[in-house]
Design a protein around this ligand. Structure first.
Ligand code: CTP
Length: 481
């Protein structure tokens, strides 16, 4: 098979002419070739991996000096690789290797090798496909392990014995699951079995790399498939015990609860159809994370998970820290959604009052739409009637939100009277009474007892202060504060 007409990027011709001059063999390999054969086009290529039978660094330097533009080159001496950044495209050069790994580390002992040695040491047959950039065979596909056939069969399998491939570099177990999930491929049975067998080796991989793969799985069109594979191979129990503990069904007095792991996967699948936002997807994955810890069987009532939304929100910083996910506003966002995830459902089960909607708008702020998306994804009942009823109620909640937003300005609401104002009027230092008065004003506004305006809030403050026996020390007018 000749693919020359697909090698449109100018860098391929640059490399080919340097290779011809220097009489060095050069190939393009890996994800670029895989994606090209899957129907992509090289004009959108962002990452191109080049393997050189010789020094990757020397080749990269020669290619750079043959380009007229000023293209930055980064050399990684320790790894024997070099990266050329040409516009949006990153071209990585590496010398062909024959590798053997030490048992206790991902860091290989490296020797120079042939193209076939190099293809052999790669993770999957579909990633070991190479295209020649040499003058006599420019564009020829080199496929010693049946990678092309496996692309056709939608199969993930390793060039070598899978045990060797995974034991050499255990991150590949996650990569395999990621490719299967992203491409909708099946993992060949021996390969899948080997992942189960070598799962403990994942412990030598850094958390950053593991989490990077997890995030990539989370961003695919069907992340639930990847999580199910992680569970089936035993990797989930090691890398994400809290999720693993959600698995299973218990029975007491003939009453079963649902399998919270499978429910979570369904919610994740639902939400993935609505949003590409990684953090909203994480919120879906974690929304019921505290169910195992709050689970109780109460005779007469059945299974309960009281307070799982609050405990779940509390568990999130620990999980984010361990997974090395960012401990910033993204984490706070996930916490907020987990904590609030039952609110719209509870609300829609009752008569939807203005004050309940106002409180929801106040608590969720700018994340209200995302919260509604999460709650809708959380409806996984097989009972169609029930699903319809929930969806109808959510629609009522959504309409009510719009109606109330038009009337009041509750979203990101700042009370018209601040703590400083209260201290000034009553001449008191920061203290408990200030908080009590502030909350009373906020509650009165959210309950619709008073409008969200200065004058009404001022009167409410005076009333609360007088009930607490606080004399007024200073007057305050609108605009003074
Ligand atoms: N590779 C490998 N083992 C790894 C990582 C990478 O064998 N643990 C090889 C594979 O041949 C892979 C190539 O290096 O195709 C490039 O790796 P990378 O850029 O991480 O992945 P891609 O396959 O290009 O896929 P994507 O960019 O879509 O993640």
């Amino acid at each position: 098979m000749n693919l020359a007409r697909h090698l449109n990027h100018p860098v391929f011709h640059m490399i080919a002419s340097v290779a011809e001059q220097e009489e060095i063999q050069v190939y393009v390999i890996g994800g670029f070739v895989r994606d090209l054969l899957l129907g992509g086009s090289d004009t959108t290529a962002k990452d191109i991996d080049i393997v050189v039978i010789g020094s990757g660094i020397a080749m990269a330097e020669k290619v750079r000096s043959s380009i007229d533009e000023d293209v930055p080159l980064t050399v990684f001496k320790n790894f024997g690789t070099a990266m050329l950044k040409w516009g949006d495209t990153a071209v990585e050069f590496v010398g062909a290797r024959k590798e053997s790994y030490r048992k206790d580390s991902r860091k290989p002992l490296v020797e120079n090798g042939t193209l076939e040695d190099d293809q052999n040491r790669r993770d999957f047959t579909i990633n070991a496909l190479a295209i020649s950039l040499n003058p006599d065979s420019f564009g020829e596909l080199l496929d010693p392990f049946g990678g092309l056939e496996h692309l056709d069969e939608k199969l993930i399998t390793t060039p070598l014995d899978p045990g060797n491939t995974f034991s050499d570099d255990p991150l590949r177990m996650l990569r395999g699951i990621r490719f299967a999930t992203r491409l909708g491929f099946r993992i060949e049975s021996g390969t899948l079995e080997a992942i189960g067998q070598y799962r403990e080796r994942i412990r030598i991989v850094s958390q950053e790399r593991i989490t990077d793969e997890l995030n990539k799985i989370m961003l695919t069109a069907q992340p639930d498939k990847g999580l199910l594979l992680l569970e089936e191979t035993g990797l989930l129990e090691i890398i994400f015990p809290e999720l693993f503990q959600m698995k299973g069904v218990e029975e007491v007095e003939g009453e079963f609860h649902k399998d919270n792991f499978l429910h979570t996967l369904k919610v994740l699948d639902n939400i993935a159809q609505k949003t590409d936002d990684l953090w909203l997807r994480w919120a879906a994955l974690l929304h019921d994370i505290a169910k195992p810890r709050t689970k109780k069987f109460e005779p007469g009532t059945g299974w309960t998970f009281h307070g799982h939304e609050f405990l779940g929100a509390k568990m999130i910083p620990g999980i984010f820290r361990r997974l090395k996910l960012p401990l910033n506003e993204k984490m706070k966002y996930v916490q907020k959604l987990v904590q609030l995830h039952l609110r719209p459902i509870v609300l829609s089960q009752e008569i939807v009052t203005d004050s309940a909607v106002r409180r929801l708008i106040f608590d969720a702020g700018d994340d209200l739409e995302d919260l509604m998306t999460l709650c809708e994804a959380d409806i996984t009942s097989k009972n169609e009637k029930r699903v319809k009823r929930y969806m109808r109620n959510f629609q009522i909640v959504r309409e009510k939100i719009v109606e109330i937003e038009e009337k009041d300005s509750i979203r990101n609401f700042q009370p018209p009277i601040s703590g400083d104002d209260i201290q000034y009027v009553f001449g008191i230092p920061p203290s408990k009474p200030v908080g009590i008065i502030k909350d009373a004003i906020k509650d009165a506004i959210l309950d619709g007892e008073i409008p969200n305006e200065f004058e009404a809030a001022y009167q409410k403050m005076l009333k609360e202060g007088s009930a607490m026996g606080l004399p007024v020390r200073h007057e305050l007018r609108r605009g003074d504060h």
